[in-house]
Design a protein around this ligand. Structure first.
Ligand code: GLU
Length: 398
């Protein structure tokens, strides 16, 4: 479907100049995406005057999320609002909060926020799973892998992860502070193919839109040039920390990690349906797809900590796109931990590929050559069926 954005202006990646062109590239449609992260800002959820929740709006968003969920899409929510809600519950006065005040306000508000999401999604028989992350959880590899596998498990169970920064323990030096960039990191971590930033603005404008009738919305950005960055003035309403600058930062994180991003207005009922029907918004396109981006990272950036030698049947299975099961592993060398990169060799010793291993070396030795159904009885805990999952595997020379 040709989105109405596609007929308007767009930005040339080569020059960064805004021009009107006959579009060769269509803005995508929401139906094109398999795994979506939807970020909801505080000012959409919480009333700036009374501090109450915008319940009608929230249930219209939950309807949209449920409809994606019914259509077999994986849905994740990054929800702000803990500090704003806590502030309302505690009846704190308006104005900026000191760090320790916002940490304590978040402790109160996060409970209300999680309950709200659980209720609105529960009405559609969808379980919400609260995930609170810190900057280190997304930046340190081991913690990153752990957070990622929890999110993966929730999605496998068809629950909707509802994610926020763990504001109660995040200090100034080690925090995101804004959920735009957090949502972008979460989206790349979960290999989402789309990040939707619902905001109080409907997209990126080529000039500050307030009081400027000449300011034009940019519907499609294929490359974040310095000109694009210059369009993002400082902004933000009182409740939300994220202005357009953090949204552009988020777009950089998302698009580099293989996730498309769209900024759209959350000031309308059924905001996702509105995007699907062609509402004004700004799309940021990624040149890579998320799996490819991750695989490049696995193949190129990680130092292998061990070697798995596999049998000929497993080599054939890997080459046809399957995961590596313990049954196909003949030999385990090296001392590695779960999540480390390993080299995978065929029976002749030739490298078949590389991947992230799902077991520590000691456990890998115990389950090699054995059916996955025996893992629980051998190890005393039920780990992954796969020794290396196909999403974590790069077959062929890096
Ligand atoms: N994590 C903060 C909260 O829940 C919000 C940060 C933001 O507004 O982006 O209150």
């Amino acid at each position: 479907m040709l989105n109405n954005a596609s007929a308007r202006q767009w930005l040339s990646p080569a020059t960064g100049q805004t021009k009107f062109v006959a579009m060769s590239r269509k803005a995508p449609s929401l139906a094109d995406f398999r795994r979506l992260v939807v970020k909801v800002g505080s000012s959409l959820l919480v009333d700036s005057e009374g501090g109450g929740l915008h319940k009608t709006w929230l249930s219209s968003l939950a309807d949209d999320l449920a409809s994606l969920h019914r259509n077999q899409r994986d849905v994740l929510v990054v929800s702000s609002g803990a500090i704003a809600l806590g502030r309302a519950v505690l009846k704190l006065t308006a104005g900026p909060l000191k760090l320790e005040d916002s940490q304590a306000a978040a402790a109160v508000g996060q409970i209300a926020l999680a309950r709200t999401w659980s209720e609105v999604l529960g009405r559609h028989d969808i379980a919400a799973g609260q995930v609170l992350v810190t900057l280190q959880d997304t930046e340190e590899r081991r913690r990153y892998l752990n957070a990622r596998s929890t999110i993966e498990k929730l999605l496998e169970w068809r629950a909707v992860p509802v994610i926020n920064e763990n504001d109660t323990v995040a200090t100034n030096e080690i925090r995101y502070g804004d959920n735009d960039r957090l949502a972008a990191r979460v989206a790349t971590m979960a290999s989402a193919d789309l990040l939707v930033l619902l905001s109080d603005v409907d997209g990126l404008y080529d000039a500050p839109p307030a009081g400027n009738t000449k300011a034009k919305l940019v519907p499609l950005v294929e490359c974040i040039t310095p000109d694009i960055e210059a369009m993002a003035g400082a902004a933000g309403s009182e409740l939300s920390r994220g202005g357009m600058q953090t949204k552009i930062e988020a777009a950089k994180i998302a698009t580099h990690g293989g996730t498309h991003m769209v900024i759209a207005s959350g000031r309308v009922a059924h905001p996702l349906k509105a995007i699907a029907e062609g509402a004004r918004c700004t799309w940021f396109m990624t040149p890579a797809n998320p799996i490819t981006a991750r695989k490049k990272w696995i193949a190129g950036s990680l130092e292998p900590k061990g070697v798995l030698t596999i049998d000929a049947g497993a080599v054939a299975a890997l080459r046809s796109g399957k995961s590596l099961l313990p049954a196909g592993v003949i030999q385990v060398d090296g001392s590695f931990a779960r999540g480390d990169a390993v080299v995978i060799r065929g029976p002749d010793g030739a490298e078949v590929g590389r991947g992230l291993v799902a077991y520590d070396a000691d456990d890998a030795v115990k389950i090699k050559g054995r059916p996955s159904g025996d893992i629980l009885s051998i190890l005393g805990f039920g780990g992954r069926t796969e020794m290396v999952h196909r999403d974590d595997l790069v077959v062929g020379r890096p």
